[in-house]
Design a protein around this ligand. Structure first.
Ligand SMILES: [Zn+2]
Length: 310
């Protein structure tokens, strides 16, 4: 999907609703109250009336589009901008491009990110690289960069030639690392590659993966030992950091998980030609609670967010 195509295909509110209807109810329009498929469409009010319980509902009811005063075509432009920008797009850019207020742009970005949260993800398999990195939170002038500094921890897991997972972790202790392995890596994984960080051997013992564990020794200057490297998860980390530095500028610890979801959602679908439609499908079917929780405590001003120095 390109911008000119988008403008041409979705030039009316009605056409936007048509595709959302197909994506929400691929097997036919269904009453959210009684699940009946019998209905009549009331054109003037853009609602379906249930043939059984007479409930009137629009395609947007109970979704993250509900209660939005923003025209649907602007929502669609915003989705395209978010899915097509490899490093993400800031609320300020969105504001300028769509000609909307900063607050509206901020909510819009966050609503779309909420829909990008993956619900069911397959377990990683084959060769899996695991690494951790540190973003933001460092106090001005305090300490050296890297492990031990006051930063937010991001755990990365990446299947070689496969999917990526990022997690905002509370610490990088072996028990925590083991939990992410259990929840995301298949027991049948062939090789787990990490660097020499001391928590990994114990994490592998806890998950029964010690015999599959290969470590690359960065300290000895050995970065790539044949197939034993963590280069692919590290390149994903550098994309994340370029995104935070170049696009988002400032993010708060609270919203870090949402940015990580956005990043991995886009990354794991980089070869998907239907990324735009796929994202719309997530948006029209994602639980609305995800969004309500997210925006319960919006930031008072931009300045209240934490700067992320790199
Ligand atoms: Zn009904």
């Amino acid at each position: 999907m390109t911008l000119p195509e988008l403008v041409r295909i979705f030039d009316t509110d009605e056409k936007c609703r048509e595709i959302l209807t197909k994506l929400r109810w691929p097997l036919g329009v269904e009453c959210p109250r009684c699940k009946s498929h019998s209905n009549t469409y009331i054109q003037a009010r853009k609602v379906f009336q249930c043939g059984e319980c007479e409930y009137q509902y629009s395609v947007l009811v109970g979704t993250i589009f509900n209660d939005s005063h923003l025209p649907l075509d602007k929502w669609f432009y915003a989705v395209l901008l978010l899915v097509e920008s490899r490093k993400g797009i800031s609320a300020n850019q969105m504001k300028r491009i769509l000609g909307i207020s900063y607050k509206t742009a901020w909510y819009l970005c966050h609503r779309i990110r909420a829909a990008m949260k993956e619900i069911e993800q397959p377990m990683l398999d084959g060769t899996v690289e695991m690494d951790e990195t540190y973003v933001g939170g460092r106090k001005r002038g305090a300490g050296i960069r890297g492990r031990g500094a006051e930063k937010e921890i991001v755990i990365g897991l990446r299947q070689r030639n496969g999917d990526l997972r990022f997690f905002h972790a509370r610490d990088a202790k072996s028990g925590t690392l083991a939990q992410y392995i259990r929840e995301n890596v298949s027991e049948d994984v062939e090789v787990m590659v990490t660097d020499e960080f001391m928590a990994y051997p114990d994490a592998m013992r806890r998950t029964g993966m010690s015999t599959k564990h290969k470590m690359i020794r960065h300290k000895g200057g050995v970065y790539v030992d044949g197939n034993i490297h963590t280069n692919t998860v590290e390149s994903a980390f550098s994309l994340l950091k370029r995104g935070i530095m170049g696009t988002w500028h400032k993010i708060s610890a609270k919203h870090l998980p949402a940015y990580l979801d956005e990043m991995t959602f886009r990354f794991n679908r980089r070869k998907n030609p239907d990324l735009f439609t796929d994202t719309l499908r997530h948006m029209i079917t994602a639980p609305v609670l995800t969004f309500e929780k997210l925006t319960m405590n919006p930031p008072a001003t931009r300045d209240s967010e934490i700067a992320v120095p790199f």
